[in-house]
Design a protein around this ligand. Structure first.
Ligand code: ATP
Length: 288
């Protein structure tokens, strides 16, 4: 079984509060993009993991793909095995949810391969124990996510967008970014309702003025190349450009596929980790 597990971007990221247990209450508009890892699942007596692609991650039991398989075994009592291979393409520590996408792909794929018969809601509940973005990666589509990642509303999207994604520097620690966020004042916030409306109608002017990510200012302070990459995308004609998740990847929205492909090609000379991609309806594509 082959699974395409897609990365995501945050059109918006806002923080509404913090629970007593430390979890942040978020408000995010997220959507899958065509940049994807490929997971292969082969029936086997035991669970095993191998990794390839770039960046090459250690194939150990801390990998979210492996942890997802163990979580499914534990939730269902199923003792079947599988050889899991993850071919990486999504940048790591980029705010593109690569680990979450892999976890979602393994959960959905093994649920089918093992015939464990969990429904979407049950899979999403297991996914949430692995990471806040896993339920979204299981569902896909343009989604507004609140709470700690468990409250999701699927939304209509008027059109597909051509993007240039850059990871201009190494990954950031999500917990350090959140800690720095609490020290910073006067952070501009996204107009999330307007962004939702802009995405539904395909109104790019409204989109450009309503997107935003409250973690961008602190991530930029910690890693100046993030701000430099956003400026470079805007200078090359992006309708808008901003950071995704807690960084370090940023993306620019371009008017046409040709523009986006040309800009990606030219910026790759400066930032090797530069990709053309487009927004997509589904986050997982499973082929038997
Ligand atoms: P998010 O947007 O969900 O915060 P991210 O894109 O910032 O995620 P990931 O690429 O998902 O970050 O990786 C975060 C951490 O998870 C890294 O330290 C990485 O080593 C670890 N990890 C474990 N398994 C995976 C996997 N299959 N793919 C990517 N990272 C993984």
């Amino acid at each position: 079984m082959r699974i395409k597990a897609r990365a995501k971007i945050n059109w918006t990221l806002d923080i509404l509060g913090q629970r007593e247990d430390g979890y942040h209450l978020m408000d995010m508009l997220m959507q899958p993009v065509s940049l994807a890892d490929t997971i292969t699942l082969t029936p086997a007596g035991e669970l095993s993991l191998s990794t390839g692609g770039y960046p090459k991650l250690p194939a150990n039991e801390r990998n979210l793909a492996y942890r997802a398989a163990v979580a499914l075994q534990e939730a269902t009592g199923c003792r079947r095995g599988a050889a899991i291979h993850v071919e990486k393409r999504i940048p790591v520590g980029a705010g593109m949810g690569g680990g979450s996408a892999d976890a979602a792909g393994v959960l959905a794929g093994l649920n089918r391969l093992w015939g464990t018969g969990l429904n979407q809601e049950q899979l999403e509940a297991i996914g949430l124990t692995l990471g806040a973005d896993v339920p979204f990666c299981l569902r896909g589509g343009l989604t507004r996510t609140t709470g700690i990642g468990e409250k999701m509303v699927s939304l209509p999207c008027g059109r597909c967008y051509d993007l240039v994604v850059i990871q201009p520097c190494r990954g950031l620690s999500t917990s350090e970014v959140f800690a720095a966020y609490h020290e910073k004042e006067n952070i501009p916030r996204p107009a999330s309702d307007n962004a939702q409306q802009a995405l539904a109608s395909g109104d790019t002017a409204l989109l450009a003025t309503s997107l935003g990510n409250v973690l961008q200012a602190v991530s930029q302070d910690m890693r100046p190349p993030i701000g430099e990459a956003i400026t470079a995308l805007k200078q090359r004609g992006a309708i808008t450009a901003l950071m995704t998740g807690s960084g370090s990847a940023v993306f620019g929205v371009f008017a046409t596929e040709e523009d986006a492909r040309d800009i990606a090609r030219s910026l790759r000379n400066h930032w090797a980790s530069t990709f053309y991609c487009r927004t997509c309806p589904e986050s997982l594509i499973i082929t038997d």
